[in-house]
Design a protein around this ligand. Structure first.
Ligand code: ZN
Ligand code: ZN
Length: 572
């Protein structure tokens, strides 16, 4: 009702205005209304984005809900079409494109892709409950109230899930069982304790237990159902590979590239050959510096041996974080000295140890506050290696060795993800933050690695060049792998040959990548496709003459996380 009302009010107000008033002011109003209505339609997404007005809602994913969702998307696509995008400011034009794509995506995911039938892991209530508990803009009473309402809705939620599941893939069944078992134990241990803390004696413990019990049983019931599906004789498992047709469509909507998935795949094959050639040359150049024996005839084997040797140079496990911290001012200085782009000195990056509650796998990543929490600081989270065995730590430190660690810092921090974030925050747009293009975000980070080396970062040391090639090969092979598995039907052996023998990855990393490619689709392409489009745009602009690198970077980043093809249109 609420949604319909807002919509008709909006149409009414447009109906009363003359066409020239379909302008930026009207579009701004439209955006705010849409975002609010969208949160109400998708309350779990709202909670995860830090918008807590609809925390008490947990709609069951029934056919009625899907119809409602489709109607919602079609209505908003209609009202979007009332605006002439070309008459809006650049920033609003890009928001218009992002919104249209988001609505079309939602229709595609509901009606065509239908992961809600074959991926049982889409049903999981754990993360939203934890988000509510951890929210720092809610009172204790609100948290308790919202959590209780969600708990009461959980049985109907999982009942709908059981009705929806049809011919799921074995890989997603297994994932769903593992993740829901995690949620089950979260409910019965952490959540009970958190609720006791929140209610501070007002509610008897037995009442909390009742709220938990119904929800917990429903999750358990879902797990039993999935295990039955798993063991049913005659169960015909769906292949997790989505095939060419679905892949191309998902690629168009998720990546928003000018080219097709097949074109990007072909470019990745060419780039892999170039990198292998470059690495072969560097290996011949460096061989005698590191080995007394003759270089093996098999070029890929020789590259692999040399990489292993150079990886001996790495940080100490006790000062891993300090090594990262020390590099940030050096990267900043390099960008400034070479005049690559403007870095705001008022926004230095803070390196910190990853807080315990978000410390899962070892790594380093940018931790930006959500759009509704914009006063919070941005951190560079670095995991310590304390909990690792000597062997694990050594393997990790070799992977992120002296050279690779610098490239990682370029990618994550300066001038990669962190710098891009600072630029996009200069013209804040909720639409770009919420519906931003992942290929632009990852593409910029991957582009910035190459750009730094082109400008002499690492003093053109051949070791640095070789390690850069290995690192870059990872993005390239992500694309080759994803396309080859989902479209060309590759098996695990073919995947391992690509990753271990041709991309020089450790066995554990390659196995993790196989798992990722069997559970996700297209996302692995975002790194290389975004990079390619940015790189090609730069080369095209250079051809036209009168090119300035700093101006190019600043202009590109000023459009925020919009699809590169749209940015390219504005810049050309
Ligand atoms: Zn070592
Ligand atoms: Zn990244």
């Amino acid at each position: 009702m609420y949604k319909t009302l807002i919509f008709s009010l909006f149409l009414f107000s447009l109906g009363c205005s003359k066409p020239q008033q379909y302008n930026d002011a009207a579009f701004d109003t439209f955006k705010s209304r849409f975002i609010l209505a969208n949160w109400k339609q998708n309350p779990a997404a709202a909670t995860n984005a830090g918008f807590h007005n609809y925390d008490s809602l947990l709609p069951a994913y029934t056919e009625a809900y899907r119809n409602q969702s489709d109607a919602f998307c079609k209505k908003y696509l209609d009202s979007l079409s009332l605006f002439n995008a070309s008459e809006l400011t650049a920033s609003n034009r890009l928001d218009w494109v992002l919104l249209q794509n988001a609505l079309k995506s939602q229709l595609f995911y509901t009606d065509t892709f239908k992961a809600w039938q074959w991926d049982p892991s889409v049903y999981n209530v754990g993360s939203t409950l934890a988000e509510i508990i951890q929210a720092h803009n809610l009172t204790n009473n609100q948290k308790l109230e919202f959590v209780k309402k969600r708990l009461l809705a959980i049985p109907a939620y999982y009942q709908a899930a059981i009705e929806n599941i049809n011919n799921p893939t074995p890989e997603h069944i297994q994932l769903a069982i593992e993740q829901n078992e995690g949620t089950h134990s979260y409910l019965n241990a952490d959540l009970v304790n958190e609720m006791k803390k929140l209610e501070s004696g007002a509610l008897p413990t037995s009442e909390i237990a009742n709220y938990i019990l119904g929800a917990s049983d429903a999750i358990q019931n879902y797990i039993v159902f999935l295990k039955e599906v798993q063991s049913k004789s005659g169960y015909k498992a769906r292949n997790f590979r989505i095939g060419k047709e679905l892949y191309e469509r998902k690629f168009d909507l998720d990546i928003q590239s000018t080219g097709s998935a097949h074109e990007i795949y072909n470019k990745a094959l060419i780039r892999k050959r170039e990198l292998h050639q470059q690495m072969a040359g560097l290996t011949t150049q460096l061989w005698s510096k590191y080995f007394k024996v003759a270089q093996p005839k098999d070029t890929l084997a020789a590259i692999q041996q040399l990489i292993q040797k150079i990886a001996d140079k790495h940080a100490h496990r006790d000062s891993f974080m300090q090594s990262i911290e020390a590099q940030i001012p050096q990267l900043t200085k390099f960008v400034n000295d070479k005049n690559l782009l403007y870095l705001d000195p008022k926004k230095p990056l803070k390196v910190r140890r990853t807080p315990a509650y978000m410390d899962g796998v070892a790594g380093a990543s940018i931790n930006a506050p959500g759009p509704y929490d914009s006063d919070a600081e941005t951190f560079y989270n670095v995991s310590t290696l304390e909990k690792m065995s000597a062997e694990q730590a050594e393997s990790y430190l070799r992977e992120y060795n002296f050279y690779v660690l610098q490239i990682l810092n370029i990618h994550e921090a300066i001038p990669g993800h962190y710098t891009q974030l600072v630029y996009s925050n200069q013209s804040p747009s909720l639409v770009k933050t919420l519906f931003g293009n992942g290929a632009m975000i990852e593409g910029w980070a991957v582009y910035s690695e190459r750009m730094m080396l082109e400008n002499g970062y690492g003093n053109n040391e051949p070791e640095m060049e070789l390690m850069y090639c290995k690192w870059h090969l990872r993005s390239v092979c992500n694309t080759i792998l994803d396309y080859s598995v989902h479209v060309l039907g590759w098996n695990q052996n073919q995947a391992m040959d690509l990753l271990v023998n041709q991309a020089f990855q450790q066995d554990a990393e390659a196995k993790g990548k196989w798992r990722r490619v069997s559970l996700t689709q297209v996302q692995l392409c975002s790194y290389f496709s975004g990079y390619t489009e940015i790189f090609e745009l730069r080369e095209r602009l250079k051809q036209k003459g009168n090119f300035d690198l700093k101006t190019f970077h600043e202009k590109l980043l000023s459009y925020g996380s919009s699809p590169v093809k749209e940015i390219a249109q504005m810049m050309e």
